[in-house]
Design a protein around this ligand. Sequence first.
Ligand SMILES: CC(=O)N[C@H]1[C@@H](OP(=O)(O)OP(=O)(O)OC[C@H]2O[C@@H](n3ccc(=O)[nH]c3=O)[C@H](O)[C@@H]2O)O[C@H](CO)[C@@H](O)[C@@H]1O
Ligand SMILES: C=C(OP(=O)(O)O)C(=O)O
Length: 482
Amino acid sequence: MMRAQMTSASSCWPVRNSSIPGLVAHNLSPPQVPGVQSDNGVFGSRTGLLVECLEVSGGSKLSGHVGISGAKNSALAVLAGALCSEEELNLKMIPDLHDIQRMVQVLQSVGVKVKRSASGLTVDASEIVSVEPCPEVVRKLRASFFVIGALVGRKGEAVVPLPGGCDIGARPIDLHVRGLRALGAQVEIRQDKVYARASHGKRLVGGKFHLDYPSVGATETLMMAASLADGETVLSNVAQEPEVVDLAQFLISCGAKICGVGSSTLVIKGVKKLHSTDFTIIPDRIEAGTFLIAAAITRSSISMSPIIPQHMTAVTNKLQEMGCKLRQTSQDSLLISPSQLLSSTSITTLPYPGFPTDLQPQFMTLMTSCIGRSVVKETVFESRMRHVEELQKLGAKVVVNKNVAVIRGIDCGSSLRGVPVTATDLRAGAALVLAGLAADGTTHIEGINHIDRGYESFDQKLRLLGASVERLASLPVELVTL
Ligand SMILES: CC(=O)N[C@H]1[C@@H](OP(=O)(O)OP(=O)(O)OC[C@H]2O[C@@H](n3ccc(=O)[nH]c3=O)[C@H](O)[C@@H]2O)O[C@H](CO)[C@@H](O)[C@@H]1O
Ligand SMILES: C=C(OP(=O)(O)O)C(=O)O
C-alpha cells in the first residue's frame, strides 16, 4: 500500500530528458538530468534523495528505429583490461550507464585518468598508485572484481573486495581464485577481501587451468592476468561469449598474444607490457534482444542497428519459431515484424552460443502473450526467477518448480493488467517494463536503479519508438510521511 502511494502520480513528478541527441549508435551523448551533478566528472548521473520509478501505460504500438549502445558487459571487461596497458587508450561505444560510471570510479580510485572524448573515453593507466580499488564502489557491481587479474598481472599484487552485481545466485569467485593460483599467485580471502600476490618476484608465471564451468568473469580475469605473466598459459573450457571475445580482441590490439579466441581453449603467451590502442566495443546483444522482445510483445514492427546478427542467433531463432518475421536490412541492422498470434516455445539458458540467461526474464514476459504453454529452464544462475512473483502480480500465470517455469499464454489464463511492481534486478526490471507495454492500464515500476545499472537511456529510447513510458520522481516514503 505504501508502495502504491509512493508511486502514485500525485506524489511523483516527471523527470524527462528533453531528447537523446542523435539516437544513432556511435553518436550517443550522455544523457543529463537537469540539476543533477555528475559524481565522477565523466558522465551525468542521477543521485540524491529522489527515488525514481517508471510509469508505463500499456497498449501503444511501437514504430521506427532504435540505436543499440555498446555492450555493457564488454565495456566493463575492457575497462578492467585497460589496467593492463601502460599507454593511453581510446575506447569507443562505451555506453553511459551506472555500472560503467562505477567502473570508471573503480579505475580512478587506483590512479587511472579517464576522460570523455567526442567518441568515447580516453583511459590513461600509465600510473597505478594503489592496488586496492575503493571497496564501496567495487561492492556495487560484479565486473569490478575482474580488475584483480589486471592488477596482479601488472603490479604483482591486488586487494579487491568481494563484488556486488545482480542478486541472482550465490555467484562465488572460486574459479577466479583457483585460476590465479595456477598462475603462481598466493591468494587468500580475509574479511570479504581477496588478497592476491605473485609469488615469483613481481610477476605471475604461465600455467595450465581448466575451468569446471565456462565462467565469463573468470575467463576474463585469467585472460588479463595471463597476458602479463612470464611464459605460456593454457586455459581450457573457457567462456566463448561475444563479450569475452571482445576483451580478447582488445588485449590483442594492445599487444597481447592470445590464440584460440572464440574457442574453448585459449593459449596465451605473456608479454612484458601492453601498449596504446583505439578500440570500439561491440553492440549490446542483450539490449538489442530486449528491444526485439518489446516489438514482439506489442506486435509492432521496428528496426535496430548496429547489431552483430551472429551474436543473436539463439534469440532470433526462438522469435522466428514463435511467429516473428526477422529481416536483416543491412550487414548490421535488423527489422522485426511479429504476427498477431505468437505460439508458445521453450528455452533453456546456457553459456554462449546457448540462449543467454540475461534475456530469460524478458523472454518469459513475452511468453505470457503467446498461445499455449511455454517452458523456461534456467541453468546458469540458481536464483534467477525472482521476476516471476512480480509478473504474477501483473496477472501472468506462471508456476515455478526449482529452476523450471511453466508459463500459460493468453488462451490459458495469462492476462496482464497494470499494478505497482518492483524490479529485483537488472533484467527483471527490463522484463517488467516489457510487461507494462503489453498490459492493460498503467504499471508503476520501482527499483529502476537496477535498470539504470545496465541500459543506456532505456525509457527515452522506448519513448522515441512511441511507447508511453514516464520517469517519475518522488521523495522516499519515509521523508514524505515525516
Ligand atoms: C559483468 C558481466 O559480464 N556479467 C555477466 C557475466 O557474469 P559472471 O561473470 O558473474 O557470470 P559467470 O559466467 O561467472 O557465472 C556463471 C555461473 O558460474 C558460476 N561461477 C562463476 C564463477 C566462479 O568462480 N565460480 C562459479 O561457480 C556462477 O555462480 C554462475 O552460476 O556472465 C553471466 C553469464 O553469462 C551474465 O549473466 C552476466 O551478465
Ligand atoms: C547479471 C547481469 O549483470 P551483473 O553480472 O553485472 O550482475 C546482467 O547484465 O544481466
